[in-house]
Design a protein around this ligand. Structure first.
Ligand code: SIN
Length: 297
């Protein structure tokens, strides 16, 4: 009996690497690029804006080494691309820059943010178009890299029957899981009178700018496929999470040096921080940019 064809590869895309505003070095043939020769502390020109958006659509994860950014400049850069998000754990917090989520891990940390495959805060009704993590201090022992996975490719690598099965399904993304675990450790709680965010999104989403289809469930936040029984939902989600976790060709790995900023498209990627440097420290902050609308199929 002949095996049905299903995709083992996504062909290397032919992308225009001609940019006038910066030099580009790609990290893999599919996802991730390092950009040099652009100063993110300065206002972006319209050519830089256009080329950065094209690079983000094509490469999904943009790494900018050697950037000197104050907190204000980090926020201004984020605000260039849209409205800044305030993380649910920082709402109502008495801090100077609530739009900057501290990403700090040291010898006393009980966990590190993002230590598991996820996209940021997909539990919000209107999630993020992107995030910008600026790392100021890296562990002196090395390590502390971040893995990013391409969710358009994750979709393309599914078989046609699986794509058809998933299209039209929706899933619950619940902040109570990850955030209440941290809350139990005494970290970040919702503002008084607020609950952890919870939202329902399509399992397969169309990227609002590129039109590409992508897989939009992640093990950090997605708890249930609404149209399936609890047991079916658990099995299908586990299968999809494994599809992402076990497929290295979806991934690029970002190695941080102090003063590196990475800007990722939070719709077409997932990521995972690697905590391999305990008891050393890694210090930075994340600015996140709200999407303009709910994810849609
Ligand atoms: C995050 O999940 O936004 C943090 C990622 C990292 O620390 O590398």
């Amino acid at each position: 009996m002949a095996l049905e064809h299903h995709p083992a590869h996504v062909l290397v895309p032919e992308r225009d690497l001609g940019y006038r505003s910066f030099e580009i070095r790609t990290l893999t043939p599919h996802i991730g690029a390092e950009l040099r020769g652009i100063d993110l502390a300065q206002p972006l020109s319209s050519e830089q804006d256009k080329e950065l958006r094209r690079a983000l659509h094509d490469w999904k994860v943009l790494v900018f080494p050697d950037q000197d950014l104050s907190a204000e400049q980090h926020k201004t850069l984020g605000a260039h691309f849209g409205r800044l998000h305030v993380h649910p754990q920082l709402r109502g917090a008495d801090m100077k820059h609530p739009e900057i989520l501290p990403v700090i891990t040291n010898k006393d940390s009980l966990f590190t943010a993002g230590d598991g495959w996820h996209a940021d805060v997909t539990c919000e009704e209107i999630p993020l178009m992107g995030s910008m993590l600026y790392i100021r201090e890296t562990p002196e022992c090395g390590g502390g890299d971040t893995l990013y996975a391409d969710m358009c490719m994750a979709y393309e690598l599914l078989s046609e029957p699986m794509k058809q099965f998933l299209s039209g399904l929706t899933a619950i993304h619940d902040g109570a899981g990850p955030y209440s675990e941290q809350h139990a450790m005494g970290i970040g709680r919702p503002a008084p009178g607020e609950d952890y965010p919870r939202a329902q999104h399509p399992v397969i989403v169309r990227h609002p700018e590129t039109g590409q289809k992508l897989l939009y469930v992640n093990s950090g936040f997605t708890t249930r496929i609404v149209e399936l029984s609890a047991a079916e939902s658990r099995s299908v989600l586990d299968l999809l999470f494994r599809h992402v976790e076990s497929n290295p060709k979806l991934c690029c790995r970002v190695h941080w040096a102090p003063k590196t900023l990475t800007f990722w498209d939070n719709r077409s990627t997932q990521h995972r921080a690697i905590w391999d440097y305990h008891p050393h420290a890694r210090v930075g902050g994340r600015v996140s940019i709200l999407a303009e609308a709910r994810p849609s199929a």
